[in-house]
Design a protein around this ligand. Structure first.
Ligand code: FAD
Length: 289
């Protein structure tokens, strides 16, 4: 099945894109998570969302959820690992699954922290963002998972069945649910290093020999997600129509730049969706000629 629009991200930008594209009768697939956005549920009180003065992040999340449920918009709770532009459509890889869409809207948010030293240099040379995709490379080898979220624990458990040794470095204070064979190290990653390939992870108080390091954040770098996409620093480069340099690929919300705000994200989600709809309608007309 090929979708009209694949939307990546369930923060205000992705949800706004999804409702607008649905209103315009497009077949949409929305990737994200059940809690919608950590940046939404963590806000104690929001004073600047029009119509909802002093609302808590969790209450606003419930309102967003009710809105999409009433419009029968479902969330596909899979993380998208790679998106490839195939000419007249996009292939989206998520673990072992592949999805196809005629256009894509990136609403992936942004990681506020800087990458770990060596993370970008060794990407694809021992650093990865998808355990399911890269696990076979680490059979009987040593791996470390730097886990920013709960999905990272599932990945660590999966890797522990394949790798000879699995370390887990939790980047949050919540309880973790891991197989007995996974060694938890409560420390802070400082540098990923090696020769041609990764061989060491330096922590603040320790150093471990590893063949691979998985950095499991909510959002990965746009360049790792969409090969060939143009960026400016950590942000995806877009014009006022939210178009990226790849025809049919749009981006909105925090991932395209500051200010990092809910209303700005939702507004850009709408602009991205309406322009994606115009792009699809134009292509349809061209194909009829
Ligand atoms: P996000 O909300 O970050 O959502 C992105 C979503 O995409 C996430 O759910 C993520 O899991 C998902 N995702 C990313 N990559 C993938 C992938 N590959 N596959 C599948 N899903 C993926 N702003 C205000 O205007 N007012 C406030 O009062 C305010 N308070 C804040 C308080 C806190 C504590 C924080 C952290 C932020 C606050 N902000 C506030 C900023 C606001 O949270 C962000 O600007 C807003 O959430 C951005 O929305 P977004 O849709 O662009 O991205």
């Amino acid at each position: 099945m090929r979708y009209d629009i694949a939307i990546i991200g369930t923060g205000p930008a992705g949800l706004s894109a999804a409702i607008n594209a649905t209103i315009r009768n497009k077949k949409v697939i929305l990737f994200g998570n059940e809690d919608l956005s950590q940046k939404l549920i963590k806000a104690p009180s929001i004073d600047n969302y029009l119509g909802f003065y002093e609302i808590s992040g969790t209450d606003l999340k419930d309102k967003f959820k009710k809105h999409i449920e009433e419009m029968n918009i479902e969330i596909t709770t899979n993380k998208v690992n790679n998106i490839y532009a195939m000419g007249d459509y996009f292939a989206l890889m998520s673990g072992d699954n592949m999805y196809e869409a005629n256009s894509v809207i990136l609403a992936t948010g942004v990681e506020y922290g800087k990458p770990i030293k060596g993370e970008e240099e060794y990407l694809g040379k021992g650093v990865g963002y998808c355990a399911t995709c890269d696990a076979p490379l680490y059979r009987d080898k040593k791996v470390a998972i730097i886990g920013y979220n709960h999905e990272a624990e599932e990945d660590a458990n999966f890797l522990s069945e394949i790798a000879s040794k699995t370390y887990f470095i939790p980047m949050h204070k919540k309880e973790v649910n891991l197989n007995d064979s996974v060694e938890i190290i409560k420390d802070y990653p400082v540098e990923i290093s090696g020769d041609i390939l990764v061989n060491k992870l330096k922590l603040r108080n320790n150093e471990i020999d590893v063949d691979g390091v998985f950095v499991m954040k909510d959002s990965a770098s746009p360049k790792a997600l969409v090969p060939g996409i143009e960026t400016e620093g950590v942000h995806i480069k877009v014009n006022l129509n939210m178009e990226t340099n790849i025809p049919g690929c749009y981006a909105c919300g925090d991932c395209v730049g500051k200010p990092y705000q809910y209303l700005k994200a939702a507004g850009q989600g709408q602009v991205a969706a309406l322009n994606a709809v115009a792009y699809l309608d134009k292509k349809k007309l061209e194909n009829r000629k």
